[in-house]
Write a protein that binds this ligand. Sequence first.
Ligand SMILES: N[C@@H](CCC[C@H](N)C(=O)O)C(=O)O
Length: 293
Amino acid sequence: MTGAQSVPFLKGHGTENDFVILPDPDGLLELPPRTVARLCDRRAGIGGDGLLHVVRSAAHPEARAAASDAEWFMDYRNADGSVAEMCGNGVRVFVRHLERAGLVKPGEVPVATRAGVRHTRLAEDGSGVTVRMGRAALPGGDVSVRVAERPEDAARPAVHVSMGNPHAVVFVGELADAGALLQPPLVEPAAAYPAGVNVEFVADRGPRHVAMRVHERGSGETRSCGTGACAVMVAAARRDGLDPVADGEDATYTVEVPGGTLVITERADGEVEMTGPAVIVAEGLVDLGRLGA
Ligand SMILES: N[C@@H](CCC[C@H](N)C(=O)O)C(=O)O
């Protein structure tokens, strides 16, 4: 990209999963992967685990094709510029931005995503945001994960969970068993995840209380992942013999992430609900022409 093009941006995070936010209600911005990657670069750009492109559904072709009645579409991009279906922490930050900008009121706010519409609820007192994340899908099959830096370790069994985006959940004794997580974990069979995968390592902390680390597709290790925490909650519940739909009773877990705490409920109707913080920390102008993308 050449020439000056100053556009407004904000920076926000949810449990320290951090995002560059680009308000673009009329869908006028061109955002090729290299521009997104540069914006998310922590040295040469603003820095973030991902980017929230905030567009009215009517102005985005993917949202128009889905014909949802949600006014806003979350066009989510990973830090490497790749597209993702959904981001759980991101959707909370997305509605926090809409609220601050006076574009929605506290209460129920539907948001269209590539994984379908997610219904968010902004607390009146400005505290947390609750999101109805849809139902988890557990396709089954044998999946295993090896930590890339520890090729000597045996492959560990993983649970395949979809929260609209793909996850492999691995139970470990200690979170340190995941190593430095500088490289993507090795997941097999690769065919189980044709579009790549987010990998969560989970350790127990107490009854219905777990801690996790995550290696995100397209971003590397991050300090939190909302869809990942939901996948972890559902995998932990099944491991603990709980199935809220069959049991007719909600199950709630506390999921600790390096950047904070998320509370996740799988309801008796199958819906997974996540509650957590959403914070906007900065805003300004960025010159897309000077990113060197
Ligand atoms: N951090 C997000 C997930 C972002 C997308 C993910 N990396 C993917 O490619 O599926 C979350 O909070 O859910």
